[in-house]
Design a protein around this ligand. Sequence first.
Ligand code: AMP
Length: 403
Amino acid sequence: MKVLVVNAGSSSLKCQLIESDGKMSLMKCLAERVGNEDASMSVSFFPDFEKVKYNVAGLTVAGCLKKLLDIMTDDPESPISGLGQIEAVGNRIVAGGEYFTRATLIDEKAREDLAKCEELAPLHNPAADECIDTLREMLPTTPQVAVFDTAFHQTMPPKAYMYPLPMRYYDEYKIRRYGAHGTSHRYAAQQAANLLGRPVRDLGLITCHLGNGGSIAAVNHGKSVDTTMGFTPLEGLMMGTRSGSIDPAIITYIMRREGISFDEMDAILNRESGIRGVSGTSGDMRDVLDAAAEGDERANLAIEMYVYRIQKAIGSYYAAMTRTDAVVMTAGIGENSAELRERIFAGLAHMGMILDKDRNDFTGALGANRIISIDDSPIRICVVTTDEEMRIARETDALVGRM
Ligand code: AMP
């Protein structure tokens, strides 16, 4: 099935056309800095994926999607000649609130519920909804599916998802933990079960999605029972540019001291903090590792804090579950940085998570899922490669195939 996967952000659009049966990508598109003067969109097609850049200044995210559909029908390199050849659309949705517990076919009722979720992710959800509406106009008979970052975590018990605030904030505004990266945590848990040769329902797993954004989940018997991201993706681990968890009183203190607005504070916490804020170099882990290797002390501090916070989160989920069979590492940093994996697990051996140095360093065939702990490590450590668009395509295929 040819599935168009649409991943709309506040100022970006990532799309792929995926042949879900062969798990093959046929088209890749990335629009960045959408809404700015220098907004651009690159599109490339199978088999060479040679990127062609387009100017998309003045377009919205949904406008970029419209332009992409035009390119896909006009370009002789395109694997399709008409929009009718797109058999399904899979939309990544950041926040599904309490309305959505699984991937859902978008009918009238689902579209209404999606509108109600917009305020939960005001940067992301409205752009995704606009894309859905654009596609409904342009591909009126093609089934569309919404795949949610939050859905996998809807199995958390109230003691994990409630905040110790006056109850009315939950009753009136649904302020609670929703988590994120759900598609990735679900996939990582399933892949780890395959590596361990046991059904996921028999396992206790701690899944670590460590990319630009980062979150850890406790996955008991295949179900998320807790996760570090919260009401928004700002809570939890230290991230590329996000602070993660800090004393909430710091926020009101800084706002009073500097007389800054809510939006300014929001930007400090989301875009100027985390690895970027501490290192002063960059929010990109590779840059910071390079700077630390050259003796940059702030870069080194940022890495030490990053590692320490991950160690504490893994330890807390070890405590939260009745058994832990494996810790699973995925996403940009989790998959690719043997150095950071080594530093993280150096502090966790006493809990029975013992890394094998050679297995950790061996990269082998790129993208290979593998176990990197020693043979008799009481808790296994796994590396799993993630491909969000591919997983969205497969979930879409499964749902539409059942129709
Ligand atoms: P993601 O959001 O999953 O694409 O992950 C992006 C993050 O992964 C960035 O901070 C990258 O610097 C980091 N990353 C990718 N490859 C490596 C690597 N080989 N070593 C360290 N960090 C990496």
